[in-house]
Design a protein around this ligand. Sequence first.
Ligand SMILES: Cc1cc2nc3c(=O)[nH]c(=O)nc-3n(C[C@H](O)[C@H](O)[C@H](O)COP(=O)(O)OP(=O)(O)OC[C@H]3O[C@@H](n4cnc5c(N)ncnc54)[C@H](O)[C@@H]3O)c2cc1C
Length: 307
Amino acid sequence: MALLKAYDVIIIGGGPAGLSAGIYTSRARLSSLLIEKGAVGGMIINAQLVENYPGFPEGISGIDLTQAMHHQATRFGLETFSAEVTGIKVDGNNKVVRTAQGDFTAKAIIIAGGSERQKLGVPGEAKYTGKGVSYCATCDGAFFRDKVVAVVGGGNAAVTEALELTKFASRIIVIHRRHELRATKVVQEKAFAEKKIEFLWDTAVAEIMGNTFVNKIRVRNLKTGQESIINVDGVFVNVGSRPDTGYLKGVLTLDANDAIVINDKMETNVPGIFAAGDVRSNSIRQAIGAAGDGAVAAVNAGKYISG
Ligand SMILES: Cc1cc2nc3c(=O)[nH]c(=O)nc-3n(C[C@H](O)[C@H](O)[C@H](O)COP(=O)(O)OP(=O)(O)OC[C@H]3O[C@@H](n4cnc5c(N)ncnc54)[C@H](O)[C@@H]3O)c2cc1C
């Protein structure tokens, strides 16, 4: 594969971790490239209102927050390349980052690839993805104006998505395996106060059905085993996420959840390769944690390069 360019630092992933790392490496005058396979901003662009990122007392949308981070990093010289990183090859001090468009080399690499939404794994999910099954309310919510939708999950991301859907849908049924939500109390209070949102506890989705588009789901009460059919026009799946590290297997040490094992300097088992944000083990899975990790990784990448 053609060698495209050499950099001091290559950052994989353009969410809060990667963007924060980019601000620090670029300000340190290290030539820096950020490679992003999707939209710069990462997972937080799904959040309509981020209320827990310091500095924004009235909150800020995830898109505005990460656009500002990107602008800030670009101002100091961070370059951005749109591609999926498919592999990393370590050859002594030389590190090769592979993409379909060509290879790059770097003295240090910061992996900030975040995590991927998990699937339900039930019949009908794959068939109706894009035809009523969605993994992103911000992206697809507007298609469900005045419709009935199910949101599957009970964590922060699921309940936030249910709240986001109140702008469009007429009725939102949150389906959760447990008897209480895992979301932060403030988020729970907002959801319980919202008339359009109702809750189906101790329940799992067993099947997604429809014709061309989704029109119903089969659900199972996990306590009684009783099954029932609910008519819905859409299903928003938000049952957690898993680090996106398939392309790193055999190169880096991963934990049982596929997260990259790091030390307190964000160093991986390979000298010169760092990991930051949701992709690393024991992450708090929040934007502020990711941004902090990115800064730690960038400072230590600088120290590694200068020897
Ligand atoms: C609906 C929702 C609401 C949320 N609300 C909040 C909130 O209010 N407050 C908060 O603090 N957090 C919130 N979060 C969590 C927050 O989004 C994450 O903790 C944060 O985005 C993690 O940042 P990151 O940079 O580690 O990873 P991500 O934001 O996931 O970014 C990783 C990026 O890497 C890219 N990537 C992955 N692999 C590759 C590859 N091989 N090649 C190239 N690019 C790659 C991905 O496309 C992605 O853009 C929310 C999440 C969701 C889903």
